[in-house]
Design a protein around this ligand. Sequence first.
Ligand SMILES: C[S@@+](CC[C@H](N)C(=O)[O-])C[C@H]1O[C@@H](n2cnc3c(N)ncnc32)[C@H](O)[C@@H]1O
Length: 361
Amino acid sequence: MPKSKSHPQQKSEPTGPRYLCEAEVVTGLKDYAAAELRARFGDRLTLLDKARDEEIPFQFDGSLPDLSALTKTAAVYLVQHYAVPRPQALLGHQHFTQLLKMISTVRSMHPAGTFRTFRIAAAGSHSSVFQRIKEEIAKATGMTPNDEEGDLMLRVRKADIHRDGWEVLVRLTPRPLAARAWRMCNMEGALNATIASAMIEMSDPRPDDRVFNLLCGSGTLLIERLLRAPAAVIGGCDHDPIALRCATDNLMAAGFVKEVDLFEMDVADLPLPDACIDVVCGDLPWGQLVGSHEANARLYPLVLREAARITVPGGRAVLITHEIRLMEQVLRDCAEVWSLRQEVKVFQGGLHPRIYLLDRR
Ligand SMILES: C[S@@+](CC[C@H](N)C(=O)[O-])C[C@H]1O[C@@H](n2cnc3c(N)ncnc32)[C@H](O)[C@@H]1O
């Protein structure tokens, strides 16, 4: 039995099986991921308590493929508990049949041929026991083990949701959910779409917003904004024509190309009148893949000043960067135009960028 439950709700009659699932979330964004799960699935889902920042286990009565549409979750796994003392016992007939059933449930959600390879993430995954488990899975499913890039991702861990035994998790999708179907053009330094989606949520999107994305790159924030809510007017700028072509390809794939005005412009010189925008968003160069620390020291004050010029009093800005010290300095220097409402530290790919939600004074 799961260890504990939080706030069980009155349930409507379930129409199918009840699954135990776990959402893997970007560190720092758990509240946004949990809010989306509740908003989308209501009483089809019961969130379970878990202290760890990156995981939200839940019981689910709905249709598993619907979980692939989550925008603020990094990945969703189907979880199965095995009352066994060690992973070797997963090879026993009853447990192995259960394991194959889990794999087949996930494979049946996708067109044939989606999962040709698989990988297992576990402590000791290169041991002889896991070697045997991989061989048996390969024999039974026809999939080839590939430890680096396997399509089907399994995790085996000591029970975490349950009191004892082991848990096997099978990821519902061949790729993480941040790998959006609209991403035709994958620009180096593009923002993780899951983080972009949470940023958009923080900006409290409304259909009458006039939105501008400074430094739009390949268009991640623009697309995630329009996927979340329509906007009265929406545009973006970047000084790099290649980035703008990339944004156009992605906007086209997402079905939004006609809605967005893109400008090939330096951010310091926008062709926009004063106070014409309600929400500014931007992913500033982090000085690693994109930009340099020296260039950023010149760029950031310009971005914050220009954002203040085009934003109406009472408007919002949501920005992300990894240049924490520089951003803090620039926000102090801009204190008469921007006030910091919220700062969220996220963890992504070994980096700790921060999201800043600002109010235009
Ligand atoms: C971190 S990237 C944005 C990536 C974007 N969020 C995405 O998902 O593709 C920063 C962008 O700022 C642009 N940029 C840098 N300096 C600029 C400037 N002075 N004016 C306009 N754009 C600039 C770069 O060309 C780059 O595309």
